[in-house]
Design a protein around this ligand. Sequence first.
Ligand code: PLP
Ligand code: COI
Length: 338
Amino acid sequence: MENINWSDLTFGYLKTDYNVRSYYKNGQWSELEVSDSEFIPIHIAATCLHYGQEAFEGLKAFKGRDGKIRIFRMRENALRMQASSRGILMAEFPVEIFEKAVLEAVKRNERFVPPYESGASLYIRPLLIGTSAQVGVKPAAEYLFLVFVTPVGPYFKTGFKPTPYVIIRSFDRAAPQGTGTIKVGGNYAASLVAGEMAHEKGYSAVLYLDSKEKKYIDECGPANFFGIRDNTYITPASNSILPSITNKSLMVLAEEIGLKVEKRPVPEEELATFEEAGACGTAAVISPVSRIDDLEENKSYVFSKDGTPGPVSEKLYNKLRAIQYGDEEDKYGWVTIV
Ligand code: PLP
Ligand code: COI
């Protein structure tokens, strides 16, 4: 096997051995198929290519100190993919078969699950696309579901270290009644220009405001947002952000360690009162925020002056990771052992 330097992995694509597929035709999903090809044959008029009939998910598998592989909250991802399908009129993939496909993809690529000590994990990417030909703007009649996996390190190359984020008011990621609450490719296409602007200026990501009023915090390009103040975990409620499974988990863990939890609209001015801030998601885990600059308004909110994460963020990070790697008891039934 190629030598993988597990501790140096970034959030990139590395070829693994197998992926798992199912095809929807005549109203039915096929049995799962295992493929060793990284490619799919596709019709030139497939709806995913022209009209964005595409949804994806992201979850992770972790190798524990005990050598066991644990998958975190995969049922939630299965359900969210169904919500995404309803949002852009694609065939829904059954939850139980989603779980079976994820397990199969992990088992078949077991040698790519990074060792416990590396702190890396196996990223699992389910994908659902419209495949049949359609030139009019209409949903496809046929779909392909697939799951591939790839070993990954931290999403932001600094890992668990505070980095700066930026508010760019001249771009929207998702409309108030649009597709922001589902995980479809178009949302990410819409975030690329502002995302690159942010990277060129040295920021980790854009922190989007609500598109309608530009008054409330929405989320980061690839992750949800939270702030900590007065022993309280505060995270935006909004009709244009993705319901993050990591955020949902952190809210439970926050209560467990004695924090209050508030999920409600968060006006931008409130950033000035936060003691800590973070981005959270499967890829981002918790990525602490050092500073948020609102470029057009010439404002800056600082959370970490000394380059270290805040104590509450650190506690939440350690607790979440401990459950994922099996160092702490899985008392909420979040983990599936492969
Ligand atoms: N928000 C967006 C836009 C995302 O792409 C993601 C990643 O999946 C998240 C939030 C975090 O969601 P989760 O914690 O379910 O990975
Ligand atoms: C994830 O956290 O799983 C994501 O999908 C975020 C990003 C890679 C798009």
